[in-house]
Design a protein around this ligand. Structure first.
Ligand code: HEM
Length: 191
């Protein structure tokens, strides 16, 4: 799996105005001094949320929380300070499959991206730059969601290909044909 390619393909599918842009990265970085001191509260709330819900709590092993909190704190620092280059996006494409291995579902991932956006929205409420910062985080979360969910999909496909031992193009064609049978287009259903 080529993480650079996964990231670039996911970003390429997003209409440009919905993507995380250099202006967004700059707006976030400019307010690092306000955002980074909130890391403790952000991370504690993130894991309190996950540990309070049985399906997400079940993902974690005994005694793992401290290590997870450390990783998420580092993630936030990286997200705020950058550099937001190709390496960064390729690393995000790797983060998706890391979660597949731990049976974290896409709904769990996407829900917690929403947690990130809401956290920032609430913290910056009333701040003169609230709109710019919130928008930047919305685009960040959308881009991250696109890359992670696409990375997830590719990891599944590759794992499936390895299990059934078929060439990728053939597996994709068979899955597509099967999906057409299962969910016929409305135009075909009405004929
Ligand atoms: C906003 C969504 C999320 C982000 C940005 C995020 C970020 C990360 C990052 C950066 C890592 C470390 C990857 C590495 O090894 O370098 C990680 C690991 C992990 N995350 Fe998340 N995560 C998210 C959501 C979740 C959710 C919803 C769960 C569980 C319900 C979860 C459970 C884990 C676990 C168990 C690991 C350790 C994986 C391992 O065994 O190495 N994460 N996460």
């Amino acid at each position: 799996m080529d993480f650079h390619e996964v990231a670039q393909r996911a970003i390429g599918d997003m209409p440009p105005q919905t993507r995380f842009r250099p202006e967004d990265a700059a707006a976030i970085k400019e307010h690092a001094e306000l955002i980074l001191p909130l890391a403790g509260e952000f991370v504690t709330g993130f894991y309190d949320t996950l540990f309070a819900h049985e399906p997400t709590r079940a993902v974690f092993e005994e005694g793992e929380r401290a290590e997870r909190e450390k990783t998420l704190t580092e993630f936030l620092a990286h997200a705020v300070n950058g550099p937001h280059n190709d390496e960064f996006f390729a690393w995000l494409a790797f983060v998706g499959p890391v979660h597949v291995v731990r049976r974290v579902s896409n709904p769990m991932m996407l829900a917690m991206l929403d947690y990130l956006v809401l956290f920032i929205m609430k913290k910056f409420h009333g701040h003169p730059k609230a709109e710019v910062i919130t928008e930047a985080f919305i685009r960040f979360a959308a881009t991250l969601g696109a890359i992670i969910s696409y990375g997830y999909e590719v990891a599944w496909q590759e794992a499936l290909q390895n299990v059934v031992g078929m060439p990728p193009a053939l597996v994709q064609r068979m899955v597509h044909e099967e999906a057409q049978q299962m969910f016929p287009l409305r135009s075909k259903r009405e004929k």
